[in-house]
Design a protein around this ligand. Structure first.
Ligand code: G1P
Length: 296
């Protein structure tokens, strides 16, 4: 069996303005909005760690310092908690900074998701890497990023996570046109990408498979991004660069196992909050009782 370059790095774009979540994001990064007790971006970082990623590159921008502080050590806070006898909390805080190795690079202009990924080019180097969009939390038996890494390890071809999306929601997604390419253990879950359209009008959507914020890309994507002109909204779209990649190197659309929550959207955020609260051992029983008692 041929072995393909190991996936060690992940890029987490976090430079967006978070306009879908105003006014909460006026003075704080949307990546720091908490779902139950963790900021959104921590879910992506934990997914990376659980997938075996060793290096995380966060693409930030102006006003995003809180993200760096969150993953840094906080000696003052740790010391204070220890002094107060709150060892559990001190350990919890320390664990976040010890979780993995994180680097930061700034996207200086808001030129779109494709440009944000391209900004990480020098830090990624000549190796395959994962991309995780922090708005999307995916919960399931196996981390979605790990599932994509398994496809890469077996095939050496890039892969993007997709799922079926209701027709009236497709204009919020990149949508793929793909043909079945059953193989290995994946059977119907693996499709070969023929075409991708970023946020199509309902009549233009080539299928009901939307891109769900997880990507496993070979380094050739950087060259594709450099050849990608501004697309929808005048921005460099990752989806447009993926079209070049699909034509030149091939690309899988992979129907991942798990449930996704678009927590970058107010309603999706509420759903994620309720469902993750119902899974939290600390208070799931009392929260369930509270919800049951609501007169709706
Ligand atoms: C981005 C991508 C889109 C993808 C979506 C998933 O859009 O451009 O292709 O389907 O994430 O959440 P955004 O939601 O950032 O506008």
């Amino acid at each position: 069996m041929t072995t393909h370059a190991k996936v060690r790095k992940a890029v987490l774009p976090a430079a967006g303005l978070g306009t879908r979540f105003l006014p909460a994001t006026k003075a704080q990064p949307k990546e720091m909005l908490p779902v139950v007790d963790k900021p959104l971006i921590q879910y992506s970082v934990e997914e990376c760690v659980a997938s075996g990623i060793e290096n995380i590159i966060i693409v930030t921008g102006r006003g995003k310092h809180a993200i760096e502080d969150h993953f840094d050590v906080s000696p003052g806070l740790e010391h204070l908690l220890e002094k107060q006898g709150k060892q559990d909390q001190a350990d919890l805080v320390r664990k976040i900074s010890n979780m993995t190795h994180v680097s930061y690079i700034r996207q200086k202009e808001p030129k779109g998701l494709g440009h944000a990924v391209w900004t990480a080019k020098e830090l990624v180097g000549d190796e395959p890497f994962a991309v995780l969009l922090g708005d999307v939390i995916i919960d399931g038996p196996k981390p979605a990023t790990r599932q994509l890494m398994d496809v890469w390890d077996a095939t050496g071809v890039g892969a993007i996570a997709v799922e079926e999306v209701p027709r009236d929601q497709l204009q919020l997604y990149g949508v793929v046109d793909a043909e079945p390419a059953p193989q290995g253990p994946w059977a119907d879950r693996l499709l070969r990408v023929r075409e991708l359209i970023e946020k199509p009008k309902p009549e233009e959507a080539p299928s009901n498979l939307g891109i769900t914020g997880r990507y496993l890309l070979p380094p050739e994507i950087f060259d594709c991004l450099e050849r990608t002109p501004p697309g929808r909204g005048g921005e460099i779209q990752l989806t447009d660069a993926l079209r070049l990649l699909a034509q030149e190197k091939g690309l899988w659309a992979y129907i991942f196992e798990g449930t996704s929550y678009d927590a970058g959207d107010k309603l999706g955020f509420l759903k994620a909050t309720v469902e993750f609260a119902l899974k939290n051992p600390e208070f799931r029983d009392s929260f369930r009782a509270y919800l049951k008692g609501l007169k709706l």
